[in-house]
Ligand binder design. Structure first.
Ligand code: NDP
Length: 237
């Protein structure tokens, strides 16, 4: 386990699921953690009191609010951008406003948050964005906008790695496969189809993703940047 004692960590989208596991992991490792949420005020309050972290209501679809939250968090050692939404269904039937909101949350917010964080981050700073194996492989219909948003993060990380490298800051994408959360419950209707694509036929656990994030944020990963790190039980193999 890495120690993050005295390190300042901000998790965008930390109230539930993978984000909450990341908050718990960094808090357990000694970091000073703050996180944002949008709709889940009760879950955020409970998690903050359980972990000793600080919760802020900040809607990731609001670019300026996200930039302000990052700026007001002071110099960060680690920024995690986890907030993300998925919209399922026939592309021809989807509401264009909902699709644009997805792009604001899944693409624009990670970009602007990363740039804002890099302004004050010290040497050794780490930015980690939660993408998806669907950025590489999209084997079912109905998720094109989501896949597009997760592929876009790959180009962002490659480019920003070049911009931030001279400042001693790394940026990486973690690409989970099916993980048992409210977004993709293991007991949901997609279970058998999901597992049919996988080498390890189970959903992953949010804690497993948090473990990869912690490694990328730690001292052993200083030479790792501009890269995609897939944790998917072989979904994309
Ligand atoms: P959940 O739906 O379980 O949790 C999503 C989290 O993001 C919540 O904390 C939610 O907060 C927050 N969030 C969503 N929208 C906003 C917003 N507008 N502003 C602020 N916070 C927001 O999802 P997961 O934990 O499963 O997913 C987390 C990330 O992992 C996402 O980026 C997702 O795309 C990615 N991922 C998930 C996979 C899976 O199988 N579960 C697979 C691959 C990638 P609140 O409830 O307070 O709004």
């Amino acid at each position: 386990m890495s120690s993050f004692k005295e390190k300042s960590v901000l998790v965008l989208g930390g109230s539930r699921g993978i984000g909450a596991a990341i908050v718990r992991r960094f808090a357990a490792d000694g970091a000073k953690v703050s996180f944002t949420y949008s709709g889940s005020a009760d879950a955020a309050r409970d998690l903050a009191s359980e972990t000793g972290s600080t919760a802020f209501q900040t809607d990731s679809s609001d670019r300026d609010a996200v930039i302000a939250r990052v700026r007001d968090s002071g110099p960060l050692d680690v920024l995690i951008v986890n907030a993300g939404v998925a919209i399922f269904g026939d592309a021809l039937d989807q509401d264009p406003d909902a699709i644009d909101r997805l792009f604001r949350i899944n693409v624009q917010s990670p970009y602007h948050a990363s740039v804002e964080a890099a302004r004050k981050m010290p040497q050794g700073g780490r930015i980690i964005v939660i993408g998806s194996v669907n950025g590489d492989r999209m084997p079912v219909p109905g998720l094109a906008a989501y896949a597009l948003s997760k592929s876009a993060l790959q180009g962002m990380a490659r480019g920003l790695a070049r911009d931030f490298g001279p400042r001693g800051i790394t940026i990486n994408i973690v690409q989970p496969g099916p993980i048992d959360t409210e977004m993709n419950p293991e007991d949901g209707p997609m279970k058998d189809l999901m597992h049919s694509f996988m080498a390890i036929k189970r959903h992953g656990r949010a804690e497993e993703v948090a473990g990869m994030v912690a490694w990328l944020a730690g001292p052993e990963a200083g030479f790792v940047t501009g890269a995609m790190h897939t944790i998917d039980g072989g979904f994309g193999a």
